[in-house]
Write a protein that binds this ligand. Structure first.
Ligand code: F0G
Length: 458
């Protein structure tokens, strides 16, 4: 494989702080072994999330200066609207301050008790907004997507047969919308094929159920389609994205991912009546429809970011740099979800630390060790985040115990990634020494953000 270089020059840099292992041991102990609670300044390589962590380009920063801050009818809104319309082809473009704001508006209107909303896999905030409305969020992921070790091209696909069955059992009148998350973040950043998007749409159309995309990583998904799906090799990523959106009746978007900005999002809709209702709610909680919770400059940066993310040199570098880390880890025997996803590598902590029972949180233990050993911050997606308990207090673990290494866009160079791989492999080589954890404090909801842990010393 030939070297694929970063398709940019670096004009502005931000120093990172080096700490010693002893310092990190103390820092982590002081925050109860929960890397979420560390000061970001004490992290060397921060792979907590790819959301809002992108490096903006010089043209985006120029857009920040150029932003029109008029309350109504801002020039920056029209630039933003034009760009989003070009990609999505949708009639109404409603800016929101981030993805979950779009979700909250949509599900406040479409959700409610007795309603069911399917998805390949709901992201946490999507699920939370649906459940908050009183509706139920249902995951209908394809079987192969549930097995970290199976290699397949489109492990984010929805199980269309299950969807059809689900519609028959629940009744189409109880399903106000069907979602499809591209790429499937909670399932390992795996892509969804165009064929699957088409089939989900057809199944929904038969029953008049609108199909919405959770489109945070639409450009990464389009690039995977170009590389892996028959008939798309000669199409541009823009054309593939346009086709993707052409099957949807609407979309929610966190611009903090594929729009390469630090804040922003939108809701795009074709239906006149639904758009009107969403806009009415937007005015109450987000802002006037031409800014929706953002500054004019933010809209300018989103519009520019959406142009840049469709550049195929960028996408080639982006997908390859994640795959590069994945290959290094696989080469050393580190168990990860295969093949590598679009925005992150997901370590399979069950296979990495088989001696630590799930009750002692192997994912969290690994996350702690990555910080202590290398100053790397990752996030546990396993028993701490999603564990439930039965009436006797026994842990009901989620199907997978993962540690996510999310790669911020355009932020780290190849040598940063080489360092990350090296450190993870060193941790893997001394994995027998890693100890499990017990919880000493937890909040009643979303405990992973603030829980505190103690090491179990045999
Ligand atoms: N949908 C997906 C698939 C996401 O990954 C996220 C955010 C959201 C919706 C919500 O967007 O943060 O702008 O409100 N994912 C981040 C992550 C937080 O780390 O994966 P938001």
């Amino acid at each position: 494989m030939k070297t694929i270089i970063e398709p940019f020059k670096i004009k502005s840099v931000e120093p990172i702080k080096f700490t010693t292992k002893e310092e990190r041991e103390k820092l982590l102990k002081d925050v109860g072994n929960n890397p979420f609670l560390l000061h970001a300044d004490d992290v060397l390589i921060d792979l907590l999330t790819d959301s809002g962590t992108s490096a903006m380009s010089s043209l985006q920063w120029a857009g920040i200066m150029n932003g029109d801050e008029s309350y109504a009818g801002s020039r920056s809104f029209y630039r933003f609207e034009k760009m989003v319309k070009k990609i999505t082809g949708m009639k109404y473009i409603i800016p929101t301050h981030q993805g979950r704001a779009a979700e909250r508006i949509l599900f406040s209107i479409l959700g409610g008790k007795g309603k069911y909303i399917p998805n390949n896999t709901h992201f946490d905030t999507t699920r939370a907004n649906i459940e908050f409305s009183g509706a139920e969020a249902v995951d209908l992921l394809n079987e192969e997507g549930k097995h970290p070790e199976i290699r397949a091209d489109f492990k984010g696909n929805m199980d269309v047969e299950k969807l059809k069955e689900f519609i028959k059992n629940i009744g189409h009148e109880n399903i106000p919308v069907c979602m499809l998350t591209i790429t499937n973040n909670s399932g390992g950043g795996q892509p969804v094929s165009m064929q699957n998007i088409r089939e989900v749409k057809e199944a929904c159309k038969q029953y008049n159920i609108p199909m919405f995309l959770d489109a945070c990583r639409f450009a990464e998904n389009a690039y995977f389609i170009k590389k892996r799906e028959k008939g798309y090799a000669d199409k541009s990523v823009l054309e593939i994205a346009q086709e993707t959106f052409s099957y949807a009746d609407g979309a929610t978007m966190s611009a903090k991912k594929d729009a390469l900005v630090n804040i922003g999002g939108f809701l795009s809709i074709n239906d006149d009546e639904l758009a009107q209702k969403c806009r009415n709610l937007l005015i109450v909680t987000e802002g006037f429809p031409t800014y929706g919770g953002l500054a004019g400059r933010d809209l300018e940066a989103v519009a520019q970011g959406l142009e840049e993310v469709l550049d195929e040199h960028y996408l080639q570098y982006r997908i390859r740099s994640v795959e590069y880390l994945g290959e290094k880890l696989i080469g050393a025997g580190v168990p990860i979800i295969e093949p590598p996803g679009g925005h992150a590598i997901y370590i399979d902590a069950k296979r990495f630390l088989p001696a630590i029972p799930l009750e002692q949180f192997p994912g969290q233990a690994l996350t702690c060790e990555l910080y202590i050993h290398g100053g790397i911050r990752a996030v546990e997606i396993g028993s701490v985040m999603f564990g439930k308990y039965d009436s006797e207090g026994n842990l009901i673990p989620p199907p997978m115990e993962l540690v996510r290494l999310a790669i911020p866009r355009r932020v780290y160079t190849q040598s940063h990634i080489d360092y990350v791989a090296e450190k993870i492999i060193e941790v893997y080589e001394k994995r027998e020494q890693i100890k499990g954890l017990k919880i000493t404090y937890q909040a009643p909801m979303l405990r992973h953000f603030t829980a505190k842990f103690e090491k179990i010393n045999d």
